[in-house]
Design a protein around this ligand. Structure first.
Ligand code: ADP
Ligand code: MG
Length: 383
């Protein structure tokens, strides 16, 4: 059953991912409506937003009645409230996978049960358990909230026995929604893979990309990941991982899996059951972006091969739109086919993602030369 093109996709959330989903839908002549919390949210610049709290039944029902199919831009949502309210609306990706991906402990257990490797982790319920497990991990571990974390929030690094007490002090109040401690991975680099699956079980894969983080926040994505001679085998490994999860849960839509590369093996860090920041480059860097393919999948349109074009780099603008001197970054470019600035219209705040720039070129030489210049401007040399 195809949904008619004048019907509406309801998006839970009104941030930049919702904005980019709404833009992609509009290019396909599909209408959108968001359920959000903010008068001047990024999505409000592009589509209608109903403002309210998910627990407000009247508001949420109004949103559901205005939509034919529901999707979401964040996994941090109250699934109980949604489950109670959803009657005839279909939600994609489904609530089973959403509930697992909301909780790091459930997510890592699910992955391990499918034979997919993660770093060792333990559920933590008492301070004593934290001391014992941190010792087992040689005091090279991270205490994390199981739920609601994003952009490195809700995480404390433990590097010695002295850090254990402090980590407990900082996070023990969030015990109710769960805590885990996980072994710190000495990775060579961080990668991610994005794929899209339709309701017939067909999957299209985007190429592996490399991600650089600072203080837990994504700063730079390099696409595709091109460096080692065995990059093709890594791509195959990543595709096996993501297809195993998608097929198991009869997943419909875009998924992203964040990975740690340790020599020739991939460990899963976490799953995003949605479009992802490390896929923003696909707007200019692919013939079909992650946003378009997500809308296609959930509305029963054909999903399409991504067809990457040349080489892309995506820089997040964090804390301030001026911080990185975007103008000088653009001026420094040599022969760049395209450099695009995306402003999310958000108020500046420390550690907040306010926009991104993507550079894209078909020449590897031009790409490498410009990357060096941009890395200097974006101060990414001392990772
Ligand atoms: P978030 O939900 O905030 O993205 P992540 O678990 O992905 O949380 O952590 C953010 C970043 O912190 C990761 O991309 C990585 O750079 C670092 N990190 C998280 N867990 C580990 C780990 N076990 N070992 C090494 N680095 C880690
Ligand atoms: Mg992450």
């Amino acid at each position: 059953m195809k949904i008619e093109q004048n019907r509406k996709v309801g998006i839970i959330g009104d941030g930049q991912l919702a904005l980019m989903l709404a833009n992609a839908a509009s290019m396909l002549n599909i209408n959108t409506i968001c359920f959000g919390s903010n008068e001047k949210s990024p999505a409000s610049y592009s589509t209608d937003v109903i403002i309210g709290d998910i627990s407000d039944k009247n508001k949420f029902n109004h949103f559901l009645q205005s939509s034919d199919i529901i999707t979401y831009e964040t996994e941090n949502i109250d699934t109980t409230a949604i489950e109670d309210a959803l009657l005839k609306n279909k939600i994609s990706p489904n609530l089973d996978i959403l509930k697992i991906c909301q909780n790091r402990f459930l997510e890592k257990n699910m992955l391990n049960s499918l034979g997919i490797a993660t770093t060792p982790f333990r559920n933590i319920e008492t301070k004593e358990e934290l001391y014992n497990n941190a010792k087992e991990f040689n005091y090279q571990c991270i205490l994390k909230t199981s739920c609601f974390g994003y952009d490195g929030k809700g995480q404390v690094l433990i590097s010695s026995i002295r850090d254990v007490e402090l980590a407990w002090q900082i996070l023990h109040k969030q015990l109710k929604s769960g805590l885990i401690v996980e072994k710190k991975v000495n990775f060579d680099c961080e990668l991610s893979i994005i794929a899209v699956r339709d309701n017939h079980g067909h999957i299209e894969y985007y190429p592996l990309v490399q991600n650089l983080h600072k203080a837990g926040i994504l700063r730079l994505t390099l696409a595709p990941y091109i460096y080692p001679s065995y990059a093709n085998e890594l791509q195959k490994q990543a595709e096996d991982i993501i297809s195993t999860v998608m097929n198991k849960y009869n997943y419909i839509g875009v998924m992203c899996i964040e990975l740690f590369k340790v020599e020739e093996k991939l460990l899963v860090n976490e799953i995003a059951p949605r479009v992802h920041n490390s896929g923003h480059w696909t707007i200019e860097g692919c013939r079909v972006s992650q946003f378009e393919n997500h809308i296609r999948a959930i509305t029963n349109l054909n999903i399409l091969p991504p067809e990457p074009v040349g080489y892309s780099a995506m820089y997040n603008c964090i804390s301030s739109m001026q911080e990185y001197n975007i103008v000088s970054a653009i001026k420094a470019m040599d022969n760049i086919n395209t450099i695009n600035l995306h402003d999310y219209h958000k108020q500046a705040r420390d550690h907040r993602k306010l926009g991104h720039i993507t550079l894209n070129t078909e020449s590897k030489d031009v790409y490498m030369k410009n990357l060096q210049k941009l890395n200097a401007i974006f101060q990414l040399n001392n990772q």
